[in-house]
Design a protein around this ligand. Structure first.
Ligand SMILES: C[S@@+](CC[C@H](N)C(=O)[O-])C[C@H]1O[C@@H](n2cnc3c(N)ncnc32)[C@H](O)[C@@H]1O
Length: 211
């Protein structure tokens, strides 16, 4: 089934590149179909399955009251609603104004992850989701102010979920700015590190160190 979704997604990309293709795909029924195919393809990817069926449910059951999700995309649009349906306040953020449409309708910040601690109250968050941002604009040299800011935003013991791709981003365990502020540890019945099968995606869990 996932192969079929992948072929459907590739077919739409091919059509988009043909002369007049973009205009054709602007036709509402085709655009709707393309969006459905795209979303079901991405949501069928093993890393999204782990995020949607393991990480988010664990956070929903955690008793946490406030989470921050950094990095938005069409396929993350349901994330704020899932938290808020369970009474967990969710904030979203992305550096790109274009992605604001996929964030929380009121609690979204168009902001560099490195600047979030200046916009939000300190020690206020139980968890921060930071997946698919390293390697997609954030490189190793950008990480020190981001990690310092996340350390300020999380309550002591708060959870940082860092998702990244082998070959695209540097292993966060090799960065002093990460290990100095956070302890790599299992949490909420999830392992400290999950290497997703059939994927280059890795999820690392970190607990905010005191001080
Ligand atoms: C692959 S996308 C979506 C990631 C999504 N959280 C996920 O789970 O796959 C990466 C997003 O990170 C955003 N991004 C890149 N650098 C950023 C930064 N310094 N601060 C905040 N967002 C950033 C991009 O604008 C983009 O929308």
């Amino acid at each position: 089934m996932q192969k079929l979704r992948e072929w459907g997604y590739k077919l739409f990309n091919l059509v988009a590149r043909l002369p007049g293709g973009a205009r054709l795909l602007g036709w509402t029924p085709l655009r709707t179909l393309r969006n459905r195919v795209y979303l079901s393809y991405v949501r069928g990817m093993p890393d999204r399955v782990y995020m949607n069926e393991t990480i988010i449910p664990a956070l929903l059951e955690s008793g946490f009251s406030r989470v921050l999700s950094v990095g938005c995309a069409e396929y993350t649009q349901e994330v704020p609603g899932r938290f808020e349906a369970r009474g967990i306040e969710c904030w979203t953020a992305d550096i790109s104004p274009e992605e604001a449409q996929w964030g929380h309708p009121e609690r979204h910040l168009v902001c560099d992850a490195a600047g979030l601690a200046e916009q939000l109250p300190a020690s206020d968050f139980d968890a921060i989701l930071f997946s698919g941002v390293m390697g997609y604009g954030v490189n190793a040299e950008h990480m020190p102010p981001i990690m310092e800011g996340f350390h300020r935003l999380l309550r002591p013991g708060g959870l940082l979920v860092a998702g990244w791709n082998v070959g695209l981003a540097v292993d966060p365990l090799t960065l002093e700015c990460v290990t100095g502020h956070f302890e790599h540890a299992p949490a909420l019945s999830m392992p400290a590190r999950k290497e997703v099968e059939s994927s280059t995606h890795v999820f690392d869990l970190f607990l905010r160190r005191d001080g």
